[in-house]
Design a protein around this ligand. Structure first.
Ligand code: HEM
Length: 157
């Protein structure tokens, strides 16, 4: 099993990146929907349409994509720990530590957006369209830092 996994490292990496692309698309699109939804009159046809779009985006794309990104990501961690010179110590190298901080931030941001979706659903959203437009780029900035960290591997042994 372990040899088989190590032999399929590149495939796992590809599946990880595909899952990450779908997750990131959702993390950047959902706040866009919120920005327009915040201006819709409660109970209007527009309000109902946004609620459906948001529920489907989160339930059908974002939650499964995040789960897949984590599953493949943890598989990569396991393979790395068994093939790198540093062993499990690679998790403490600056590039991987940066990546893990980014992972925690994005997972937290995902949870924050899921909570906001529930408030939109209940008609109790208090945040403005401006708030959603201003925070929209945060996951993208995190993704840029994370991709640079894993590709450049700064501080790797
Ligand atoms: C969800 C939790 C995540 C975990 C546990 C995780 C973990 C990992 C690990 C261990 C690797 C292999 C590093 C290596 O040895 O080259 C990797 C590769 C990669 N990850 Fe993640 N990752 C996660 C999420 C993300 C996210 C959100 C992004 C982008 C924003 C991302 C982008 C990448 C890229 C581009 C690679 C390929 C790097 C390369 O081969 O050069 N990952 N990930």
């Amino acid at each position: 099993m372990s040899d088989w996994l190590v032999g399929h490292y590149n495939l796992v990496r590809a599946l990880h990146i595909i899952a990450v692309i779908a997750w990131m698309a959702g993390l950047m699109y959902l706040p866009r929907l919120f920005a327009y939804h915040a201006n819709a009159t409660p109970g209007s046809e527009m309000d109902t349409t946004f609620k459906t779009m948001e529920a489907k985006l989160l339930g059908i794309i974002m939650n499964p994509a995040m789960t897949a990104a984590f599953l493949f990501g943890f598989t990569l961690i396991w393979i790395d720990a068994h093939t790198r010179a540093a062993g499990w110590g690679f998790l403490k190298e600056p590039w991987m530590a940066t990546k893990l901080v980014g992972v925690v931030f994005l997972a937290g941001w995902h949870g924050f957006l899921a909570g906001a979706r529930k408030r939109f659903e209940a008609g109790t959203n208090q945040r403005s369209s401006r708030f959603w437009k201003m925070t929209n780029e945060l996951p993208f900035i995190a993704a840029v830092v994370m991709v640079l960290a894993v590709t450049l591997e700064w501080g790797a042994k």
